[in-house]
Design a protein around this ligand. Sequence first.
Ligand code: A2P
Length: 348
Amino acid sequence: MSKSYRVAVLGATGAVGYELLELLASRNFPIADLKLLASERSAGQKISFRGENLLVEAVSEQSLENIDIVLASAGGSTSKRWAPKAVEKGAVVIDNSSAFRMYPDVPLVVPEVNPEAAASHRGIIANPNCTTILMAVAIYPLHRVQPIQRIVAATYQSASGAGAKAMAEVQNQAAEILAGKEPTSEIFPYPLAFNLFPHNTPINDQGYCEEEMKMVNETRKIFADQNIRITATCVRVPVLRAHSEAINLEFSTPFSPDKAREIISQAPGVKLVEDWHNNYFPMPKEATGKDEVLVGRIRQDISHPCGLELWLCGDQIRKGAALNAIQIAELLVERSLLNPQLASLGNL
Ligand code: A2P
């Protein structure tokens, strides 16, 4: 009989947690035992998994005993507190938060791009930022053929990036506005319904917000190329789920759009969606619930002989978070990388 694993989902009651459970079931992940962990607030709640009602527990030292894989999606401070403890107890943690992403000892993995990086883990593997994952899957196949020199990205990010409560907030705001009332905001700093605003993360001295710097630093780490020049403008838009991105790529020599189309149509994790005659290209509505990142509008940049433009949409909760984490777990299983003896905390 093939081996099965003791899995814990930390943040099981959240938007990504919900999707993690759906993917564990639909992809038939070999589970011997499944633990659902969240905060005290949700302890005692029941969630159905493969027809069974499982009890949600508050995360604690004891709840992390006898676990092989922790899939964590409960925010940075929760990961900082509990991931090292889970590793100490013998688990491998696949962490969705930004807490450990830039630690030199922690691999930052997109399985279609740098699966080999997972092998060097010391107990924690980081799942990259959602916007970064979507861009990386779409442009890495081109980068492999002809190295990208510079990336200029503009993002159109849905409410789902801020969690289940943020999605509900936008729906409530829309209802309030349509009823002639002032919209109320608790999660987001400003009303998002019928509006948009630059990404609501802290801004650095250069004027870049954290989300933009994640795209810069994480892409370089995933591509193992510190020389790519990257700039981004990240914007929240009133879309419930699935992010969109306008990407301008610069190469050292021209990259023909037809060649790019051919490469993208054969690349893993991406789907070419282009009907120029009908002006039909990727839309967040159509990317929602899909595993693939939809890519289209591939065209020569008319302002630069070595420039290429493309447009993409991808489900932030799925490939941008939960699916990527499950693919990492599958990779660990396939390549026998779960051996707790190999894991040591290093300098976390
Ligand atoms: P809870 O529902 O108990 O608050 P989302 O990103 O959709 O907002 O979900 C966040 C997830 O992280 C939820 O499952 C939430 O659990 C969990 N979470 C938030 N804070 C903590 C914490 N301090 N300890 C454990 N889980 C937490």
